[in-house]
Design a protein around this ligand. Sequence first.
Ligand code: AMP
Ligand code: MG
Length: 349
Amino acid sequence: MKAEIVAMDETKLDMPALEKAGEILRKGGLVAFPTETVYGLGGNALDPQASQKIYAAKGRPSDNPLIIHIADMEHLSAIVKKVPQSAQLLAEKCWPGPLTMIFEKADCVPLETTGGLESVAVRMPSNKIALEVIRQAGGYVAAPSANTSGRPSPTLARHVIDDLADKIDMIIDGGMTDIGLESTIVDFTEEIPTILRPGYLSEPMLAKIIGQVRMDPGILAADSKTRPKAPGMRYKHYAPKADLVIVEGDLAPVIEKINSLTEEKLRQGSKVGIICTEETKTCYPKGVLKSIGSRASEESIAAHLYQVLRDFDQEEVEYIYSESFQTPRMGQAIMNRLLKAAGHERINV
Ligand code: AMP
Ligand code: MG
């Protein structure tokens, strides 16, 4: 293993370790660290070679741009051409937090970091470890999710170790990430601010702050001919080793359907997994059960989604049946990730 692994708590920062992380980053190395969304794989955003190293470590296509993470508002103006008033307002209300905004890039931002685009994505995370890593590194850290491209985003340091330990210099273990889904991305280079990726902050929450906001038509329909604007939303999505099917409808018929599908596959000699919730875990007599969280807390469902998908890959099940989680606020973000993992295979009951 190449990476040095250090563990710390967000409430008790290990400053010598964070200074070392900063030094690695300033010298062009790579450090993975926790954020409130998922773990990030950091490199100096203003160093084209560091960005190239990030793409290589992840196996990420080099035209899929990286998000630049900053820790202080004063740093924004150095990397973008202009900040529209509505973006300024959103930053005041939502930063630090799970919001990424896209602007026209300033000349100092290398095209290697933006995947060749003239625009740049920027976020200020709220995780205290992340903020200190960014400050120690000099203020500008490009940090995509710290997973091998095509695998679920990492929500535990263990996931980062599994994917990247022999490819990067340091991994900071800050425990399980709070939100567990990637940030909401809003594009301010469009006339109407446009959501390119749904996340913890929903469309109505954003509209309440800035008034007009729209959803990128390309992410609403999978089979649509309209391509999503964010390059990363176009790439082949994560697919579990097993055949994942989402069963949608009222809960009682959903449970009945999943049980009958499970019976059928078990009779054929296949191994079957079921994604259920705390409320329904006693309703499935057969199959390998994994509870994703509680229906009373959509936060818990978002937080465990990627972990459950990774865990099922290790169970070697051949089929996975999942309940659907159209929860009020984050439902769009949760179902966006789950439907992609299922290749949009869904049954309505
Ligand atoms: P990740 O870092 O893994 O969360 O992925 C970052 C996401 O932001 C990907 O879907 C990228 O395609 C998207 N993104 C980053 N920069 C831009 C940009 N300038 N324009 C459009 N999408 C972007
Ligand atoms: Mg990613």
